[in-house]
Design a protein around this ligand. Structure first.
Ligand SMILES: Cc1cc2nc3c(=O)[nH]c(=O)nc-3n(C[C@H](O)[C@H](O)[C@H](O)COP(=O)(O)OP(=O)(O)OC[C@H]3O[C@@H](n4cnc5c(N)ncnc54)[C@H](O)[C@@H]3O)c2cc1C
Ligand code: SF4
Length: 620
């Protein structure tokens, strides 16, 4: 093996290199997979923390970790559990049911989207606990589809504003893959994983057609990383990764967040964001825990509950001042929710290819990502390997119309099949929306979400072209039989960011129009979908948001000076406490002690801004 210069040294040392500003991988226990929570802060409900975050998923956990490092006092309320990979997860498809958000939702429209395991998760780590692990960046073109292609929406921010955050997150997850020639070309910190036989066949088929493929990019360790071990290639990534090799906020951001004073309070369903009707500022959130209703006070609230639960929560938070729900004065909340077309095409090969014998994400191509007028539709799609396990495979076979004896034969033949998927960029349409279902309530008496979805002609053409391309690759690779399934993946949008309150829910700084201390920090803010998987972009957006909050705090304006002074004091206290091994009086006590907090939050003058409102210039 030849290793050249600095790159070679980095490669040798990669398991020992800490990403800047995040020690998560090194804070995990060497002998058990659960995140250590023994010293986690506990805040009193009445203690007005700086920020309460709804949801500990891709956006919420990243934001919490970033702000905790800047001295913010943060509570994250998460409806699901704090997963212990050793105890809670199994390497078995049927046994992984608990990872998914399977509460009732209503679907409608001309092309209703199946919701459930394929769309969202619950519990600390959010949907990334059972995501596949693909971590491609968005392309610069994704941020300006309206100007370039006349479809979708231009983002109020450009790719360049996320680039630094992509680079940081690729170190933190860490991401492994080949040099990436598409979009903004770049390298990944970990070299590409080895790939199995099916991927080699698909690669050869693609080459035959002049389609370039690359290995990765995946948020899966290739070599050990801190106290996270190497991937063992058993292929149970969508079941939660018992090994902790696959990145999710549970292992990549939560340990560091906890070490910096974040409390993650689980089994807490937030039902309303509370507003002071006189000032219009939010004051905290109401939530159900152990059957009782509670109220967590906070100076600011960030909602990060996923593209369905975030609009649902805003729509349900009606008040005298906001009778249509929060951020909804222009009827924008819930609109422009998007999915990607995600058809899968499987090919049968004479030899055994055992598609379960690797992480499902192996190789991919973004050659068809941007608009090509010759194809007859705007925007494009990406190609990825997927690797369904046996139950997923049986669903695939049934979707192609086989049942009874034929289904059994196909199931027996599983080891000979290999599957490719496409992610087609479906356009953002205002009538595709999340609403409150009338007359259908959950166990807490809250209306469940209803999602209406219909495709446009451009969407249908995109999916049809993508399916043909996948079929051609498998045929060129020597497949003897082919099965196809139509499906969707990756919900984003519903509270999109924009430049004016008439056409968006939040501004470029994630602040809900007209409510200065209410932020949205998940995939719902995305104005377009791209054909890249969204998780790392959602994390990058949250990371950028934390930067924005920090910069505004430090920019010397009145409110900013006040809070930053308090934070400087907090972090001085914290450092003193660390040095002496004693928790600072004004910090939360580990293990749930509250007396110091009570003393602290009752001290007059702790909050000089009224009604929990952060002045405009402090939040965005
Ligand atoms: C099967 C599958 C495979 C996927 N594969 C990939 C992939 O390979 N690459 C990729 O980039 N993306 C993938 N994704 C998508 C990716 O995981 C999501 O897009 C991403 O996690 C969404 O981030 P988020 O912050 O918007 O929400 P989430 O990560 O879903 O976090 C939301 C959290 O909020 C909690 N919550 C919601 N409402 C409330 C409430 N009212 N009170 C308290 N808590 C609440 C939820 O329980 C959840 O934990 C996949 C998704 C699935 C389901
Ligand atoms: S294949 Fe690797 S990343 Fe996937 S579940 Fe197994 S160890 Fe985890």
């Amino acid at each position: 093996m030849k290793l050249g210069g600095a790159y070679g040294l980095r490669t040798l040392a990669r398991g020992a290199l800490r990403p800047p500003g995040n020690d998560s991988a090194f804070l995990l226990d060497v002998h058990r997979r659960a995140v250590p929570t023994e010293r986690m802060a506990r805040y009193d409900d009445h203690y007005p923390v700086d920020l309460v975050i709804v949801g500990a998923g891709a956006g919420g956990a990243t934001l919490a970790q970033r702000l905790a490092r800047r001295g913010w006092k943060v509570v994250v309320l998460e409806v699901g559990p704090f997963w212990d990979p050793d105890e809670d997860w199994v390497s078995d498809e049927a046994g992984s049911h608990d990872l998914y958000w399977t509460d009732q939702r209503v679907v409608g429209g001309k092309d209703p989207v199946e919701l459930g395991k394929n769309n969202s998760g619950r519990g600390v780590g959010g949907s990334m606990v059972h995501y596949a692990g693909y971590c491609p960046r968005f392309h610069p073109s994704d941020f300006e589809t309206r100007s370039r292609d006349g479809v979708g929406q231009d983002w109020p921010i450009a790719y360049g504003e996320l680039k630094r955050h992509y680079e940081l997150l690729e170190l933190e997850l860490p991401v492994a893959g080949d040099y990436w020639p598409w979009g903004d070309p770049h390298r990944y910190p970990h070299t590409a994983h080895p790939v199995a036989g099916g991927a080699e066949l698909a690669w050869a088929g693609a080459l035959e057609l002049g389609i370039e493929m690359r290995v990765g990019p995946v948020g899966i360790t290739n070599g050990s990383f801190g106290n996270r071990p190497h991937c063992i290639y058993r292929g149970f990534c969508l079941q939660g990764c018992k090994v902790n090799a696959k990145a999710s906020p549970l292992v990549t951001h939560v340990p560091d967040a906890i070490a910096h004073g974040v409390e993650i309070r689980t089994d807490c369903m937030v039902t309303r964001v509370e507003v002071d009707d006189s000032s219009g500022a939010v004051t905290g959130v109401r939530y159900i825990s152990g059957g009782s209703e509670r109220l967590q006070r906070a100076d600011a609230v960030a909602v990060a509950g996923y593209s369905i639960e975030t609009p649902r929560l805003l729509l349900n938070s009606t008040s005298r001042r906001f009778p249509q729900g929060l951020g909804n004065s222009s009827d924008q909340v819930g609109r422009c929710v998007m999915v990607q077309g995600a058809p899968q095409v499987a090919g049968r090969f004479p030899e055994e290819v055992r598609m379960y014998k690797a992480p499902p994400p192996e190789i991919s191509s973004e050659q068809f990502y941007e608009t090509d007028p010759a194809r007859g539709f705007a925007r494009g799609f990406s190609i990825q390997t997927v690797g369904p396990l046996p139950i997923g495979w049986a669903e695939h076979v049934m979707a192609d119309g086989h049942w009874g004896q034929a289904l059994r034969e196909y199931a027996r033949d599983y080891n000979h099949w290999y599957t490719l998927g496409a992610l087609s960029e479906l356009l953002s349409l205002t009538d595709n929306r999340v609403m409150l279902a009338s007359g259908v309530n959950d166990q807490n008496g809250i209306p469940v979400a209803r999602m209406d979805y219909s495709q446009c002609e451009n969407d249908r053409k995109n999916i049809a072209f993508a399916k043909r391309t996948l079929r051609e690759i498998l045929e060129a690779a020597g497949a003897q039989d082919i099965l196809t399934i139509d499906r969707y993946a990756h919900l984003v949008g519903g509270c999109r960011m924009g430049t004016d309150p008439e056409h968006s829910v939040v501004g470029p700084d994630h602040r809900v129009w007209g409510i200065p201390n209410l932020l949205i920090a998940d995939g719902s803010v995305m104005p377009t979908q791209g054909s890249a998987n969204p998780a790392i972009t959602i994390m990058a957006l949250a990371s950028r948001l934390a930067d924005k909050l920090e910069r505004k705090l430090l920019d010397g304006r009145a409110g900013g000076r006040r809070l930053s002074a308090r934070r400087r004091e907090a972090s001085r206290d914290e450092n003193r406490g660390r040095a002496s091994g004693v928790r600072p009086r004004s910090s939360p006590t580990p293990g749930g002690g509250e007396s110091a907090l009570r003393r602290d939050h009752t001290s007059a003058g702790r909050r000089s801004h009224a009604a929990g409102q952060l002045p405009d210039d402090q939040v965005g």
